[in-house]
Ligand binder design. Structure first.
Ligand code: UD1
Length: 413
């Protein structure tokens, strides 16, 4: 890609990756066929579909609509290769336990952004009555009869643990109260989907979720919420290039923390119904960022914001409180001329006049997005490798950027 073009035009935001993955898994709970609309075409969606197919579930896709037929489940195991490839595969535990009384997954190892344990998932499932054992690297969870509702307090509002426990509890006997639950919009979308299947979930989107178990769940039709992280990524891309871009299909409330930070930098984001327009003159000042669970500033936007701050006027301090090792983009941005110092969970970014293009490597999804953003303003050519990470979470990235005037192309698959 070559930097220097101000982005102009419209981008339609796709369905949210982090909403669709648990929703597809949630369809395991229905003894029927579920229809999911606005499913983005992403590598992670393909992976989770394969995980379900491995369980005997039929998954089919027509454009952005997906049908998940979970009438027959004949396997309760997710193989190692899938858990390693995509951590969200651990979400099958809750639904499988609830429906089949057993689930077996391999214990996830480390990943690019930290150790990421699943202790909170397991504690919650145990509280619902599951017996959990670890043998030869596999986690085996079993319950005799039905899971039983319980009061569960999460030590940290983990998104995945909230989802896993919620999906187990919808078919449990009695009431589950989940305290210090994650409040992310994706949790609300999953709860809405489960409720349209006949579940009784109340309070999703707050820190206390109450779930009254039901005997069975049936088919549902659901449209996935727009991807707030994809939207935030294009906002920053427009802002850094001094562009004028209209984002269509957004839920503005979900993006407030990013809009607020851009405002603090001096970049105006105009809000209208389901659209956002950013008009930037390419000048912005440095601001500090602290990542937090929703509604705080999202950790999934931290890398992209770092690319913006790399060319801001002044010095910014980043504090990453959600993940322990999530500044992988810093080394690569430095290769492009950025002035960034990382110390544990903190980073100091001193804005520079310009970045210069070079060969860089995407180490994970959002780090990859940060490099694309940097490449949009870097002098000369930037060559990004590790595109498989970007394919996990950005639908038609090259096409969408090309349509708003970026000089970007994909050289290999
Ligand atoms: C989800 C998102 C991911 C996002 C993250 C935080 C999906 C598919 N992925 O990941 O994009 O960055 O939320 O917004 O939705 N933790 C534990 N024990 C647990 C679970 C988590 O210690 O049992 C820790 C993690 O190591 C991490 C923190 O809690 O430090 C947040 O993790 P969590 O909210 O669970 O993130 P994910 O659900 O994995």
């Amino acid at each position: 890609m070559k930097g220097g073009k101000a982005l102009k035009g419209e981008v339609v935001i796709s369905g949210a990756k982090n909403a669709v993955l648990p929703i597809i898994v949630g369809a395991l709970l229905a003894e029927d066929i579920c229809t999911i609309n606005d499913v983005p075409d992403l590598a992670d969606v393909a992976t989770i579909s394969e995980v379900l197919e491995g369980l005997g579930v039929k998954v089919s896709r027509n454009g952005s609509t997906m049908l998940v037929d979970s009438r027959h489940i004949d396997n309760i195991t997710a193989p190692y290769e899938y858990i390693q490839k995509m951590r969200a595969s651990v979400l099958i535990m809750g639904p499988l336990l609830a429906r089949k009384g057993q689930a077996k997954i391999s214990m996830p190892g480390g990943c690019g952004i930290g150790t990421r344990p699943i202790d909170l998932h397991l504690k919650g499932l145990e509280a619902l009555g599951a017996r959990i054992s670890l043998e030869h690297g596999d986690i085996d969870a079993k319950v005799d009869g039905r899971l039983k509702g319980a009061r569960i307090y999460l030590d940290f509002p983990s998104v995945g643990a909230t989802e896993n426990i919620m999906m187990a509890a919808v078919l449990a006997e009695g009431v589950t109260v989940l305290e210090n639950a994650a409040e992310e919009p994706e949790i609300v979308d999953l709860a809405n989907f489960l409720n349209s299947m006949g579940a009784k979930v109340r309070g999703a989107g707050t820190s206390v979720i109450k779930i009254e178990g039901v005997d069975s769940l049936s088919k549902a039709v659901h449209t996935v919420i727009p991807d707030r992280i994809e939207a935030g990524t294009y906002l920053i891309a427009a802002a850094i290039t001094g562009g004028d871009v209209l984002l269509k299909n957004v839920i503005i409330d979900h993006i407030k923390p990013v809009i607020a930070k851009l405002g603090e930098c001096g970049i105006d984001v105009i809000e209208e119904d389901n659209n956002l327009r950013v008009i930037s003159n390419g000048q912005f000042k440095a601001v500090d960022i602290k990542t937090l669970p929703y509604p705080g500033f999202p950790t999934d936007m931290q890398a992209q914001f770092m690319a913006l701050m790399a060319v801001a006027n002044g010095i910014s301090v980043f504090n990453e409180t959600v993940f322990e090792n999530r500044f992988m983009q810093a080394d690569e941005l430095r290769r492009m001329g950025a002035n960034i110092k990382v110390d544990g969970r903190n980073a100091i970014i001193e804005g520079v006049e310009k970045l210069t293009g070079c060969q860089v490597k995407a180490s994970d999804l959002r780090a990859g997005a940060a490099l694309v953003i940097a490449g949009l303003v870097a002098e000369g050519e930037t060559e990004i490798t590790g595109l498989q990470h970007l394919d996990r979470g950005y639908e038609n990235l090259v096409e969408k950027f090309t349509a708003i005037g970026a000089d970007i192309r994909r050289v290999t698959d």
